[in-house]
Design a protein around this ligand. Structure first.
Ligand code: GLU
Length: 276
């Protein structure tokens, strides 16, 4: 009998703002699932957010996780992996699966873009832009071409079950930013494969993005993990926790000498109550 593949989960924060309770829950869910399966829990710093990225926050993140009582193996940060993103983007371009886009956000709004599950759905204005006008452009996934290449495929969520791919939820997403060789979608998909992640755990706010990631795995011949999108913590008004709405940073609570392990236990209980 083949050896069962050990479970590998990860927490992949972006250092563009401090961690808050929602991040703590994501890290704890990933850590506990890895522990329960006798596997590994990884930390990956997703530091390719251009000027929004503040590398000094990564150290704060490590201190926050330690304070919560978590242990991890750290894998290389995204900024060290740009070459692999560029290579994958070239492979997709060569197959005609990406097209250059020079639209600004204002132009996209003015073109009557409709709202999708994660912002506006690109109305396809640049779809027939010839690649020679690509200087300084972003590159978008041609969702229709991608679907024709993959055919009907599914992904598996621990909680939601088998999900058929639906690329209409996000539309033709950017895979290569104007200023970087990748966007979140391309980088995270390549990194999870490179880090041998077998169970991608993250908040339910990223559920729709998984359609794109599963598609990229199929197009690039990458291994396919399982997913576990956990319910989000909300504040008293039912809104997702966010620093801008006053959710306290973990670092503030840590520096105020709150007990991090106790907080982690409370979050575990709250998570049990959410039923996911
Ligand atoms: N860097 C992303 C974030 O902080 C990670 C998302 C993911 O887990 O895929 O939202």
């Amino acid at each position: 009998m083949p050896e069962p593949v050990p479970i590998v989960t990860r927490f992949a924060p972006s250092p563009n703002g401090p961690l808050h309770l929602g991040h703590a829950l994501s890290a704890i869910v990933a850590y506990d699932l890895a522990r329960a399966g006798g596997g590994r829990f990884l930390l990956r710093i997703e530091d390719i957010d251009g000027p929004r990225s503040r590398p000094e926050l990564a150290d704060e993140f490590r201190r926050d996780l330690e304070w919560l009582g978590l242990e991890w193996d750290e894998v290389p940060a995204q900024s060290t992996r740009l070459g692999s993103y560029a290579a994958a983007a070239e492979a997709l371009k060569a197959r005609g699966l990406l097209y250059p886009c020079i639209c600004t956000r204002k132009q996209i709004e003015a073109a009557g873009a409709i709202a999708g599950s994660d912002g506006l759905i690109y109305p396809g204005t640049c779809k027939h832009t010839p690649p020679e006008s690509a200087r300084g452009a972003a590159w978008r996934l041609d969702a229709a071409a991608a679907l024709a290449a993959t055919g009907a495929i599914n992904w598996e969520d621990d909680l939601a079950g088998t999900i058929p791919i639906d690329l209409t939820q996000l539309g033709d997403v950017v895979l290569v930013r104007k200023d970087l060789p990748a966007s979140y979608h391309l980088a995270v998909t390549l990194d999870d494969a490179a880090d041998s992640v077998t169970l991608v755990t993250r908040g339910a706010d990223l559920f729709a993005a998984t359609h794109v990631h599963r598609t990229l795995q199929e197009l690039l011949g990458l291994p396919v993990p399982r997913w576990h999108h956990h319910a989000l913590l909300t504040d008293d008004t039912g809104q997702k926790l966010a620093k801008r709405r006053g959710s306290p940073a973990l670092a503030e609570r840590r520096l105020a000498n709150e007990d991090g392990r106790m907080l982690a236990e409370q979050l575990r209980l709250q998570h049990l109550r959410l039923g996911t």
